[in-house]
Design a protein around this ligand. Structure first.
Ligand code: NAD
Length: 373
């Protein structure tokens, strides 16, 4: 079986979908792994490191005769047009944001798996790229805030006086939020956090942070995920959060609702009430923003406050992000390789069925199909 790893082409993307550690076992199992020259350079896997584990490094196109393509960001229509019918692709697909890509995969009769859609069940934890990349992104958000804050995170007691610790507020305590909390705590800040899911309170406390309890009915949707709030409740939530935002030196927002734009948790007025020099980092900037006025990929001054709209947060730490992501992909791919080393896509497997978006010229993922109609 021929497994191809193209170089990522989207601006700002520095990750790669396979690293030498994940390529080696594939080669050992008898598969041919073809890596586009330079694909791993930005994540510190050079061409020689792939050759050393038995991969072939190719200067030109790697897609044309591949059985399987491992990628990070969605393939572009031009790349999809080079795939052969029946080829399998595994990577981020952003089906709701990039419907044209899904149409191209459907029309090319490609079997495309979207890692965003891997079911979040115990058996699939090792394939959960959303989690591995959110971990990197959450860590990165806390560092971004610490670097921009004109004061220390930790308490310092020095001969020249005592410096109080920074107060950090994290809104949204999913995987990224919890990692932001853990990182801010490690740096010595006093951390508070809030989430709509009641189950998150214990997780927040286990990180050593204080859970902010609002007088607002908890909201939890199917499968333990948050669901969207009605506007009056969202307004009430913002009112109740305002005093916590005002007293924090750093605000990190990571709230998301599956399949929906990010909820607006912080208005421009709430930012204006923060102390001079405060830093706001909005991890949700790419999906609409938790903070009014945040722009993905930009750091702006709003009055005396720095507002950072994060973009490509996981890609900013490409080495470890790639290492984890590549492992997620090979774990998912393992479900499609038979004991004889053949590619067998068994859609009775709930993980594969959940993540498969297109196959044999059809869109199998129902919400995406409805979107395309
Ligand atoms: P996410 O990235 O989708 O969202 C981040 C957080 O935002 C969530 O905790 C959500 O509750 C919160 N949020 C949404 N609207 C909000 C609002 N208005 N105010 C405040 N917070 C709001 O979340 P995630 O990290 O993917 O985790 C969400 C759920 O998935 C959790 O139940 C988690 O335990 C579960 N999960 C399961 C697995 C698995 O089983 N493999 C892996 C990861 C996460």
């Amino acid at each position: 079986m021929k497994i191809a790893v193209p170089a990522e082409t989207r601006p700002g993307e520095r990750r790669v979908a396979a690293v030498p550690d994940t390529v080696a076992p594939l080669v050992a199992a008898g598969h041919e792994v073809v890596v586009q020259a330079g694909a791993g350079v930005q994540s510190l896997s050079d061409d020689a490191s792939y050759v050393a584990v038995g991969a072939t490094v190719v200067e030109g196109d790697v897609l044309a005769d591949a059985d399987v393509v491992l990628h990070v960001r969605p393939l572009l229509p031009d790349q999809i047009s080079r795939l052969r019918p029946g080829a399998v692709t595994v990577g981020f697909l952003a089906p709701s944001a990039e419907p044209d890509g899904v149409r191209a995969l459907r029309d090319a009769s490609v079997t495309a798996f979207s890692v965003e859609l891997v079911p979040r069940i115990s058996r699939a934890q090792s394939m959960d790229a959303l989690t591995s990349q959110a971990l990197v992104a959450g860590y990165r958000c806390a560092l971004e805030a610490a670097m921009r804050l004109p004061r220390f995170f930790p308490l310092f007691m020095t001969a020249a006086g005592t410096v109080p610790p920074a107060r950090v507020l994290v809104l949204g305590a999913g995987v990224a939020g919890l990692q932001a909390i853990a990182t801010a705590k490690r740096l010595g800040a006093v951390v508070e956090a809030y989430d709509v899911r009641p189950a998150s309170a214990d997780e927040v406390r286990s990180m050593g942070a204080t859970f902010v309890q609002l007088e607002l009915e908890a909201i939890e949707g199917a499968g333990g995920y948050a669901r969207e709030m009605a506007e009056d409740r969202a307004t009430r939530q913002r009112e109740l959060l305002a005093p916590y935002v005002a007293k924090s030196d750093v605000l990190i927002t990571t709230a998301a609702v599956p399949g929906r734009p990010a909820p607006l948790l912080v208005t421009a007025d709430m930012i204006a009430a923060m102390k001079p020099g405060s830093v706001v980092v909005d991890l949700a900037a790419e999906s609409g923003g938790n903070v009014e006025g945040s722009v993905a990929g930009e750091a702006n001054t709003v009055g005396p406050v720095t507002l950072v709209g994060m973009a490509d947060a996981a890609s900013a730490m490409p080495t470890d992000a790639s290492r984890l992501y590549a492992k997620n992909l090979t774990n998912l791919l393992a479900l499609m390789i038979s004991a004889e080393g053949e590619l067998v896509v068994d859609l009775d497997d709930e993980v594969l069925a959940g993540a498969c978006v297109t196959r044999d010229g059809a869109v199998l993922h129902e919400p995406t199909r409805e979107l395309l109609e």
